[in-house]
Design a protein around this ligand. Structure first.
Ligand SMILES: CC(=O)NCC[C@H](N)C(=O)O
Length: 133
């Protein structure tokens, strides 16, 4: 069994701040834990708007604090987000994420993120080298 605490992760290697300043991702479980997913406690800063397109990952995002919206670019649909909302990008949807207030999100990635990934110009993370047992 692995046990970690958020307060041990903060400000260390597993605490990743986006180059654009829009979010901070505290990576609780990563690829090298070899369980097939990664688990992040992510803070999206108020007022931020980010274009994301996880071409190589499925992401589930569960909001536990704050308010904002997600817009899928293919159809322009806008979905409000508040504490208790989960959205699942099960179709690699390109989307805008907007934070009206600071939002705290629990994010799960499959395949797992490997370390300190930040988004590329398209809003994706690189495919990575998933641990295989
Ligand atoms: C919700 C979302 O995708 N935010 C960007 C950061 C990402 N969730 C991460 O934790 O790496």
């Amino acid at each position: 069994m692995i046990v970690r605490r958020l307060d041990e992760i903060m400000n260390g290697e597993r605490d990743v701040r986006a180059a654009n300043g829009n979010w901070e991702s505290r990576r609780l479980i990563l690829n090298d834990d070899a369980v097939g997913f990664s688990l992040h406690d992510t803070v999206i800063h108020a007022g931020g708007e980010t274009l994301l397109w996880y071409k190589h990952h499925i992401e589930a995002v569960y909001c536990i604090e704050g308010e904002g919206e997600v817009e899928t670019t293919a159809d322009g649909k806008v979905y409000p987000i508040s504490a208790g909302t989960v959205y699942l990008l099960n179709g690699n949807e390109r989307h805008w994420l907007r934070a009206r207030t600071t939002m705290r999100m629990v994010c799960v990635f499959n395949p797992p993120v490997t370390g300190r990934e930040d988004h590329d110009a398209d809003g994706a993370y690189r495919p990575g080298a998933e641990y295989r047992s």
